[in-house]
Design a protein around this ligand. Structure first.
Ligand code: 9D3
Length: 230
């Protein structure tokens, strides 16, 4: 898979994509990621990428010219099909099933705004899939791009090492995690549950399932309802 992130802050995005799992996936050739600055596609000597809204009002609006030019450039340089993703508070709420859908594509072209909205003709002309990561106000699409790319890349075959795929497994699917412990056995008077020290794998597995279920029931009953429907 190839991912192009188009943004006013390519260095911020690039730094995030150069760490941890994504860094390893890139080195392994699982995904090719490139971050491009809209400003490189500005059309005036001030390198403008945004302007005041027609009709007045606060804030600035991302201009069509640099956005269309950046999208058309990355798409022309790589064979399709291309999946255009516009990160916006007005988009469909991102979740694991959208991550799975995006992970099945060939080339994601991810468009981030900053502080501001997009000229409506970007939606009309580029017909991107519009995605939001949740109901809170961010300063721009960059943090959302990092969230989406992170969730997508870890689904690509070969992106994770050996510790992989365990959360795809039967019981844990769609539930919260069971409580985990490591050394020491006692910390400030708090003991590790006896069952985990018993060496009885059957009991350990049963305890973990009970704990995961109870924790999910208490904190995220919506997950159990959704799970029952699937
Ligand atoms: C004038 C400010 N706005 C009304 C609240 C609109 C607005 C436009 C752009 C608010 C925030 C932003 C910047 N946010 C994003 O680009 C963004 C976002 C978000 O803020 N929340 C959740 N998901 C996303 S994806 C992109």
């Amino acid at each position: 898979m190839r991912i192009d992130v188009l943004t006013l802050f390519p260095e911020v995005c690039e730094a995030f994509f150069s760490a941890s799992i994504i860094k390893r996936a890139r080195s392994a050739g699982v995904v090719e990621i490139s971050c491009t600055n809209f400003r490189d596609f500005a059309e005036d000597r001030h390198r403008s990428v945004d302007d005041k809204p027609f009709g007045g009002g606060p804030g600035m609006v991302m201009m069509c010219g640099p956005v269309f030019a950046a999208v058309e450039d990355v798409e022309a340089r790589h064979p399709g099909p291309h999946t255009r993703v516009l990160l916006t508070p007005q988009g469909q709420r991102f979740d694991q099933s959208i991550a799975r859908e995006l992970a099945g594509q060939t080339h994601l072209v991810v468009i981030c705004g900053h502080y501001e909205g997009f000229d409506e003709r970007i939606r009309l002309g580029l017909t991107p899939r519009e995605i939001s990561i949740g109901d809170y106000v961010l300063s721009g699409g960059e943090a959302a791009a990092m969230v989406v790319v992170d969730a997508v890349v870890r689904l690509l075959p070969g992106a994770l090492g050996d510790e992989a795929s365990t959360d795809q497994e039967s019981f844990a699917q769609g539930m919260l995690e069971y409580p985990q412990y490591t050394r020491p056995q006692v910390f400030r008077g708090m003991r590790v549950p006896e069952v985990l020290l018993s060496g009885d794998h059957k009991r350990v597995e049963q305890w973990r399932q009970e704990q995961a279920l109870e924790r999910t029931r208490q904190r995220r009953p919506d997950l159990l309802k959704r799970r029952a429907q699937e």
